[in-house]
Design a protein around this ligand. Structure first.
Ligand code: AMP
Length: 198
């Protein structure tokens, strides 16, 4: 199964992806996680990406497409993957189409976690507080001001991929404001519907 989770930062993509990894035994390909690892390891990509990420902007399409291309070619992704945080621009979505076509693969579904943007800021503040309380480092880009930039980047550059996939008949919308378990249940219903269509 090849699946994309779309939604603004803080919508719960990472949380839901972790659950899907367990259930379906396919990896989560999170460009955000991979970029953070590159920053921590101070690789050439990490050094280039750090400033943009800290400011809540988008890393270049070329870099993230390259990262996904390499990661998707690894053995564990052969039977499928869950894309989390990619694609984030129309150019990335088109590059993904090309990449899949080259390897004779196709997407099964795109699930949009639809959330109230006003409530997202509350959610992100909570995430930062919880991390602090647990003695974990708080992500720099969860700072409320930076978070607003990330939300703007979503509205400006990423929101267009929703109609892109809708036109292809791949989009399902899930209410991301429900409790976490209910969001999971809604995603499961969508995926079950896919099984029945096959
Ligand atoms: P995330 O953890 O998905 O919210 O990503 C954290 C940050 O990494 C984003 O705010 C961007 O700066 C960068 N990033 C992650 N994925 C992408 C992508 N597909 N395209 C461009 N930048 C990205």
């Amino acid at each position: 199964m090849r699946l994309i989770l779309v939604g603004p930062p803080g919508a719960g993509k990472g949380t839901q992806a972790a659950y899907l990894v367990e259930k379906y035994g396919i990896p989560q390909l999170s460009t955000g996680d991979m970029l953070r690892a590159a920053v921590a390891a101070q690789t050439p990509i990490g050094l280039k990406a750090k400033e943009v990420m800290d400011a809540g902007g988008l890393v270049s399409d070329e870099i993230v497409v390259g990262i996904i291309r390499d990661r998707a070619a690894e053995d564990d992704a052969r039977n499928g993957f869950i894309l989390d945080g990619f694609p984030r621009t129309l150019a990335q979505a088109e590059a993904l189409d090309e990449m899949l076509a080259e390897s004779g693969q196709k997407l099964d579904a795109v699930i949009e976690l639809r959330v109230d943007h006003g409530k997202l800021v509350e959610r992100i503040l909570k995430r930062a507080d919880e991390a602090k309380a647990a003695g974990l480092p708080v992500r720099k880009d969860d700072d409320p001001e930076v978070f607003k930039q990330r939300l703007e980047a979503f509205n400006r550059d990423t929101a267009v991929i929703v109609p892109y996939y809708e036109k292809k008949g791949l989009l399902s919308v899930v209410d991301g404001m429900q409790p976490i378990g209910d969001v999971t249940g809604s995603i499961e219903s969508v995926l079950q519907g896919l099984d029945e269509k096959v």
